[in-house]
Design a protein around this ligand. Structure first.
Ligand code: GLU
Length: 289
């Protein structure tokens, strides 16, 4: 058994850029340093935003960067039934509820009482409620679309009753230098959507599920995902999945200190490759030896 398994889990919604190269190398170097394994996973649940040509470009770019990975690569779009099963487990535990509200309904509700919904990592910390059985039944009969929201406080309470305070281990650093044993505060998400109306799952659920399925022991990723870890830790605990160790890393920024986005074409790995850069020159540029 591998003692150290990490992963690089890009979404093929655009070309990878220098920030992704840094992240992929960080995971790769961490695995190599201890004789561990790097898994590549394609996070393509959002079929409208993900494109086959971007997936192909991921393989080409990573190969050029010098990474190797096992095949077949897990593509999340081929495993929706797994995420449905995870959602059923959450339903069995009574920690999710159907939300029939539209974005507008929720925005209106928040506008009426903004003090109740401070901002969290994904916008307002919206907390809804399960509908009365009769009302829910009639909406279902009408075929009204709905998302599933996590009842965060109920899930957190269940976990706390069983195993005490929820924490995760950060071996890297969060955006404010958070390091070491961190107390998880999933309530910063309010009751997040855990299964989208259009997808039946979410990044959070699919990613947490796959990390456990693939035996990931260490998650190396950008510090922009540090806040999501509070929620991921709760999902792991409530789904009885093991807790990986986290190593969040700094984000690569341009000269003005702005982080790269997929729309910054000048710093895509493809553009850099075509402009004559080499993997060695790029490693140097992002501060890796
Ligand atoms: N698929 C996510 C992204 O491309 C990364 C998820 C993760 O590393 O947990 O931003």
């Amino acid at each position: 058994m591998n003692a150290f398994v990490t992963r690089f889990a890009p979404s093929p919604t655009g070309l990878l850029h220098l920030g992704h190269a840094y992240s992929a190398w960080a995971a790769h170097d961490a695995a190599r340093a201890c004789g561990g394994k790097l898994i590549l996973r394609i996070e393509d649940i959002d079929r409208t935003r993900c494109k086959p040509e971007f997936e192909q470009a991921i393989y080409e770019d990573l190969d050029w960067l010098g990474l190797t990975w096992e095949t077949p690569v897990r593509r999340q779009s081929e495993h929706f039934e797994d995420y449905t099963e995870a959602l059923e487990t959450l339903r069995d535990k009574g920690v999710v509820y159907r939300c029939f509200k539209t974005r507008k309904d929720i925005a209106d509700e928040i506008a009426r009482a903004p003090h109740l919904t401070p901002d969290g990592p994904e916008g307002a910390q919206y907390v809804g409620a399960m509908l009365a059985a009769l009302e829910e039944r009639s909406l279902l009969a009408e075929g009204a679309p709905f998302a599933w929201r996590l009842d965060t406080s109920r899930a957190a309470q269940i976990v706390k009753n069983v195993s005490g305070p929820l924490t995760f281990m950060e071996e890297g650093a969060g955006p404010k230098g958070q390091h070491g044993t961190i107390t998880a505060t999933p309530e910063i998400f309010g009751d997040p959507v855990i299964a989208r109306k259009d997808l039946g799952t979410s990044y959070h659920l699919a990613s947490v599920y796959d990390d456990a399925l693939q035996g990931v022991t260490h998650i190396v990723r950008g510090e922009d995902l540090f806040p999501a870890t509070h929620l991921h830790r709760l999902l792991q605990a409530v789904l009885d999945l093991p807790a990986p160790t986290y190593r969040h890393h700094r984000l690569i920024t341009d000269e003005a200190g702005k982080r790269f986005a997929k729309r910054d074409h000048a710093v895509t790995i493809k553009a850099l490759r075509e402009s004559g850069e080499t993997p060695a020159s790029l490693r140097k540029r992002v501060g890796l030896s």
